[in-house]
Design a protein around this ligand. Structure first.
Ligand code: MG
Ligand code: MG
Ligand code: MG
Length: 308
């Protein structure tokens, strides 16, 4: 069967590497599987693909009448616009179950682990297909990215086990050093426009009928943003108006000290304070221990938005 394998909009390293790794597995199993992306890749992903010698997946945003295997999401808000006209043949995901539905039966690999590539590693084992050295390298990097080098509360024993096995195949001796190398690339924010930064790892959510956008930048030192805060706020306001959003949040995450500075542009700041039990100062708050948008931000917001 001819199919495309593609992750979410504003692709992160997991979405891109999962498209490549799952397309490789499906090809080995006899399908014609083509890895695709819905948007341009970020500097971290470029570093990963360059390091292990992979081309970028093709850019494809329309899937009418195509077979599509989706990876790393199950929300309509993160899908191609014409996904209703696509034939969704499978999902690999590690997020909360979203609102995508299908008209025909599909293959599903959904698990509460730290990364889609951890699930795909298990798929390789299940089908007894060998993982090539370079492919193991990008799968390893995707897991280190999504789990913030094991620090994220989303990281599970299975993720750690998968990275150890993948590192062995890829010939990577120091896993954490590779992770740090990657996050240093990710921390280079100078020269990027505020819009590039806000949307680099950005997701829109429907929270009880209100549109809430949340961006996140994970860096090794928050001082890289010192001169940018005003410009970031200005553009968050513009983004909010453009998309008629109720709220735009930006998490500036310090992966070394393990916490996030939260920037808030909202019609209702009190609701945001309530969600995190914090007091905003100049529309900002520091949230100690918060690293994961999926586990430590979105559920708390959804809870309070359900009450307003
Ligand atoms: Mg992702
Ligand atoms: Mg992921
Ligand atoms: Mg992430």
């Amino acid at each position: 069967m001819k199919m495309y394998v593609c992750g979410h909009i504003n692709p992160d390293s997991d979405s891109i590497c999962a498209a490549i790794s799952l397309a490789y597995l499906k090809t080995q199993l006899g399908d014609e599987a083509i890895p695709a992306k819905q948007g341009e890749i970020n500097p971290e992903t470029k570093f990963i693909l360059d390091k292990f010698g992979f081309d970028e997946p093709i850019l494809k945003t329309s899937y009418k009448d195509e077979n599509l295997y989706i990876v790393d999401y199950s929300d309509l808000a993160q899908a191609p616009k014409d996904i209703k006209d696509a034939n969704i043949i499978g999902i690999v995901d590690h997020h909360k179950l979203g609102d995508i539905t299908t008209t025909t039966p599909l293959e599903g690999w959904l698990r509460p682990v730290g990364c889609s590539n951890t699930i795909i590693k298990d798929m390789f084992d299940y089908y007894k297909v060998e993982i090539p050295k370079d492919l193991a390298g990008i799968m390893l990097c995707a897991i280190l990215s999504d789990t913030v080098i094991y620090k994220s509360p989303t990281c599970t024993k299975e993720d750690i086990k998968a990275t150890e096995e993948l590192a062995k195949i890829a010939g990577v001796k120091d896993i954490k050093a590779l992770g740090m190398e990657m996050f240093l690339v990710k921390s280079a924010v100078k020269g990027a426009t505020p819009r590039e930064l806000i949307t680099r790892d950005y997701k829109d959510f429907d929270m009880s009928g209100k549109k809430v956008g949340i961006g996140q930048l994970e860096v090794v030192d928050l001082s890289v943003f010192d001169d940018m805060i005003d410009d970031l706020f200005k553009d968050m306001k513009a983004l909010k108006e453009e998309g008629k959003r109720h709220t735009v949040l930006l998490l500036l995450t310090d992966i070394i000290n393990e916490g996030s500075k939260l920037l808030v542009v909202s019609d209702d700041k009190e609701t945001i304070e309530k969600a995190f039990g914090c007091k905003l100062e100049n529309s900002m708050a520091y949230l100690p221990g918060v690293l994961s948008r999926k586990k430590q931000v979105v559920p708390y917001l959804e809870k309070v938005f359900a009450t307003i």
